[in-house]
Ligand binder design. Structure first.
Ligand code: WTA
Length: 713
């Protein structure tokens, strides 16, 4: 078992100096855990010389090491082109195909090796093994279907698929043709999918009729009809809907197929059995996919990822940080509908030729032992999940892991800050004290890991993502752009000073927003072609301890991170505002012991509407489920007499957030209506007492987050 070394003394700081972005944080420093010698002995990165290779003086050429993990049709001539800063171009002059790199090139040595192992949710059906040879066959045949449907390089194709092997097959078939896939998380509503279809002007939607979730067959095709309708309202006409069937030959949706528009994929495939489609050689900077994420405004951002830079970065980070070797059985229990699944279920592991496990259902179906039974049965030795899943499995089945005979060498946590006691359960119980843990901090925009230790070289420290990844040079800046040095105990905005191959290329159709959201804040010279002038503003608060390790505190924009999923307050609020009775809406985060954060919605009704609370609540709930999806459903909806507002009429979200979390509301004397704060507090906190929803005492970091939440608008 790894040895726990007692950590440093608590960091002291002076809260009187804190400004809005520079929040003073003090907490107990956690002790270190050392990686086990057995892990170090086999690790891909066990020689500290690697740190020197990626030192700043070797930038950007250091990333040749990542680029060289791929097979190129033409080698690149320029590693990093900054001529259109901050629209960085990596490996310019290079040409390659992502599908070739993830499939074809492994055939020579590994064609009979499992590429994917799919575990359906019902436990009484066997898992499905798809070898590289079989994956090759399926990707080619489906690429032939797409080609026959007129798909060509550069077309956008929207996917709205569950966790089935047909999803990576579809992604890789698009990539084979150079078409840009845009997978929308299957749990999102039809309307949310429709907005993303319209934003990317996709003419083809690929979906599945149904899938299993918590023991129930969900009708998914119904969402395709809603999506097509929503896209039409925004001026995009979907020409074809390709419907995979969960059980080929048997339609398991109540929703009728639309003649001439909807096609069953298994029927189309019948005409292309054995087809071989040559992979289209794409420029390194050609877009591989779009992945939508939420931001400060209501319009989601289609993050555009490149072929060469992205694939190199996920291959390199999978090798060194996931420590993937060809013989490992790797399971990332994320959804491919999020960036984690794209990078670390599909593209990274397959580029390295390993075996990647895909699980269809919920982790605790039919009980909290399921993940450990899967691990035991398949011999999984690398496991990857989120703090929300860990919290949930710990809550419902703390003793389950010990009942199963599996052994992880490596585990990942991703997507949210993890509390030290949750980290320790992951380490002791899930990892049985044998596995290293990497806490990986990154974002949809960044393609791959930004902050994480090298598992064999860096000691672990609970709740801290560790140092930055190879070739990533970070700094924490205050509002004025002054660096906050390590050990200062002050939190500020974490920025990455340099470009890296995995960074997104732009926001689809919104290049100005790309610059203004991520680069404008600390850029002094908009005409500069020098990367040093363009720090990447990640939108997260962070603090750097004296040992150089970073601790990520959470979003500094109007985004609520629910179970590791980013929900924009504006999207939530505009959905609520669609309900006729609603005059004003404000969404705020509440600390939740399983999901990290949950959403609470405050509603003020239009004058003249009687406050039939239950009815309005139900309407708001339905509106959010319809517009966004069930994951965004608020934990509570409070119908209040008025919103706390500034004298210029802006809603003070931080006051509302403090109320929901039983935190101090701070100075409210400057409000236009300070009396309403007490009224709301009384109403909300009494109701919470009655429901047994009083939260535990907040940590200082949580309190700081809540008190600085949200813009005023
Ligand atoms: C948060 C998920 C703390 C952060 C890969 C970031 C984290 C947002 C961590 C991105 C972590 C992600 N520790 N916070 N290890 N990883 N976050 O785009 O606020 O879904 O900005 O990408 O999640 O979420 P996204």
């Amino acid at each position: 078992m790894a040895e726990e070394v007692q950590g440093q003394t608590a960091e002291e700081s002076d809260s009187s100096e804190s400004s809005e972005a520079t929040i003073a944080v003090h907490w107990r420093e956690e002790g270190y855990y050392q990686p086990p010698p057995k892990f170090i002995g086999q690790a891909n990165a066990s020689d500290p010389a690697i740190l020197g290779r990626f030192a700043e003086e070797n930038f950007p050429e250091c990333f040749k090491e990542y680029g060289d993990l791929l097979s190129w049709d033409h080698y690149w001539h320029t590693t990093l082109d900054t001529s259109e800063a901050p629209f960085w171009k990596w490996f310019v002059g290079g040409k390659l195909n992502a599908s070739y790199n993830c499939v074809d090139r492994h055939l020579e040595k590994h064609k009979n090796k499992a590429a994917l192992i799919w575990v359906p949710e019902p436990e009484d059906v066997p898992h499905v093994v798809i070898t590289y040879q079989e994956l090759y066959r399926r990707v080619n045949e489906f690429a032939a279907v797409l080609q026959a449907a007129g798909v060509k390089a550069g077309d956008r194709i929207t996917l709205h698929m569950p966790m089935v092997p047909e999803l990576p097959v579809t992604m890789l078939a698009c990539a084979r043709l150079g078409a840009i896939h845009s997978q929308v998380f299957g749990g999102f509503s039809g309307a949310a999918c429709g907005h993303r279809i319209a934003d990317s002007t996709s003419k083809i939607l690929i979906t599945m009729d149904s899938y299993y979730r918590s023991g129930v067959v969900q009708d998914h095709k119904v969402k395709a009809d809603e999506a097509v309708e929503a896209a039409r309202k925004e001026g995009t006409e979907v020409e074809k809907v390709l419907v995979w069937r969960r059980f080929p030959g048997q339609y398991s949706s109540e929703t009728p197929m639309v003649e001439g528009r909807d096609f069953f994929v298994d029927e189309l495939l019948a005409d292309h059995l054995g087809a071989v489609v040559a992979p289209v050689s794409m420029p390194a900077e050609a877009p591989l996919f779009l992945m939508y994420t939420s931001g400060t405004t209501g319009r989601p951002k289609g993050c555009q990822h490149s072929t060469g830079g992205y694939l190199s970065y996920v291959a390199g980070t999978s090798k060194y940080y996931q420590d993937i070797h060809p013989d490992d059985t790797y399971w990332c229990m994320a959804d491919i509908g999020w960036i984690t699944g794209h990078s670390y279920i599909v593209y990274g592991p397959l580029a390295l030729g390993t075996t990647s496990v895909i699980y269809e259902g919920t982790p605790n179906y039919p009980d909290a032992g399921r993940p450990w039974r899967i691990a035991e049965r398949l011999g999984v030795n690398i496991f990857h999940t989120s703090p929300t899943a860990i919290r949930m499995l710990r809550k419902v089945g703390p003793d389950e892991p010990a009942k199963y005979d599996y052994h992880f060498k490596h585990m990942t946590t991703v997507g949210e800050p993890i509390e030290p006691e949750v980290w320790r359960w992951y380490y002791e119980s899930v990892g049985k004290g044998e596995a290293v843990i990497v806490d990986t901090w990154w974002q949809t925009e960044t393609g791959g890991f930004l902050g994480t230790g090298l598992p064999a070289l860096d000691a672990m420290k609970p709740s801290s993502c560790g140092p930055m990844a190879l070739g990533i040079y970070a700094e924490i800046l205050d509002e004025d752009g002054q660096p906050l040095p390590k050990g200062s105990g002050k939190a500020g905005n974490i920025c990455i000073r340099n470009p890296w191959p995995g960074v997104f290329e732009t926001i689809w159709g919104q290049p100005d927003r790309f610059v203004s959201t991520y680069f404008a804040k600390y850029n002094q010279d908009p005409d500069s072609k020098d990367w040093h002038d363009w720090p990447y503003f990640a939108g997260d608060g962070a603090v750097q301890a004296a040992d150089g390790y970073y601790r990520i505190l959470g979003r500094v924009d109007d985004v609520i991170n629910v179970a590791g999923h980013r929900l924009g307050t504006k999207e939530l609020e505009s959905s609520a505002l669609g309900v006729p009775e609603v005059a004003e809406a404000a969404a705020v985060p509440v600390i939740d012991d399983v999901r990290g954060r949950a959403v609470e919605m405050y509603i003020a009704l239009k004058p003249g509407y009687a406050a039939n609370a239950t009815e309005v609540e139900a309407k708001v709930k339905t509106a959010i489920e319809t517009d966004i999806g069930k994951i965004a459903r608020p934990k509570n909806i409070w119908i209040v007499p008025d919103m706390p507002k500034t004298r210029s009429g802006k809603i003070m979200r931080r006051v509302i957030a403090a109320t929901s979390n039983f935190a101090d509301v701070g100075d409210i004397t400057t409000l236009a209506n300070p009396e309403v704060v007490e009224q709301i507090r009384h109403q909300v906190q009494n109701a919470k007492h009655a429901r047994g929803e009083v939260p535990r005492e907040l940590t200082e970091a949580e309190e700081a987050e809540i008190k600085s939440f949200g813009s005023e608008s």
